[in-house]
Design a protein around this ligand. Structure first.
Ligand code: TYD
Length: 205
């Protein structure tokens, strides 16, 4: 039995957490065993790397160091968690995966889309999601949501609105280059968004 690998992407504040939770509940109601993980993190080693990446005290981090830390956390979660779960036939939902490196490090940090795509492939040993949902909202909409949510901004969230706009353009580019990525208008209500996600997954399983 082969599992299914679903990822969610978008700029900070796009509503991924709500949708990943709805997706988990729904797949479980269909009798599937679901593993919901987030990147960076999801393993003991990955959570340590996450702390390094998000800590505001690490403002001096070089973009290339940032990329390799994300890729290191990714390589770990793929080997330790995602591949075994898929081999057991589980549905794996990942809150961010390698398209985030494409958009944040490749496009927004300016490291280059081609180079990051190549490293993405190496870090995952060629494992790619079966389907990816890009929850697309404008930077202004995301700011309003984040304000509603409160809480302190982490190092990457603090990079500014122009940075977030570049990230968004990076995701738009990724989606235009790969039919695996489904773009969803994330300014709709959570119910309307989830219905579209459900339909796409139903067509796959
Ligand atoms: P997180 O708190 O998980 O953000 P969110 O709730 O928005 O998913 O923090 C992860 C941050 O790391 C987020 O700002 C996106 C960024 N990121 C990258 O820059 N590159 C990557 O490859 C990944 C996975 C995340």
């Amino acid at each position: 039995m082969k599992g299914i690998f679903i990822t969610f992407e978008g700029i900070d504040g796009c509503g991924k957490s709500t949708q990943t939770a709805l997706c988990r509940e729904w797949l479980e109601s269909l009798g599937k065993t679901v593993l919901l993980v987030r990147e960076p993190g999801g393993t003991r080693i990955g959570e340590k790397i996450r702390e390094l990446l998000l800590d505001k005290a690490n403002g001096a981090m070089a973009p290339m160091a940032e990329l390799f830390l994300f890729e290191a956390a990714r390589a770990q979660i793929v080997e330790e968690t995602i591949k075994p779960a898929l081999a057991e036939g589980k549905a794996v939902i990942c809150d961010r995966f390698f398209d985030s490196s494409f958009a944040y490090q490749g496009c927004a940090r300016g490291l280059g889309a081609e180079m990051v795509s190549r490293i993405n492939k190496d870090a995952t040993g060629g494992l790619a999601p079966d389907i990816t949902f890009f929850l697309d909202i404008t930077v202004d909409q995301a700011i309003m949501r984040r304000e509603g949510r409160g809480g302190e901004k982490d190092r990457i969230e603090s990079a500014g609105d122009a940075f977030q706009e570049k990230v968004r353009q990076g995701f738009i580019r990724a989606a235009s280059e790969d039919s695996r990525i489904v773009t969803i208008d994330a300014s709709d209500s959570p119910e309307v968004i989830f219905k579209q996600i459900q339909e796409k997954i139903e067509a796959l399983i």
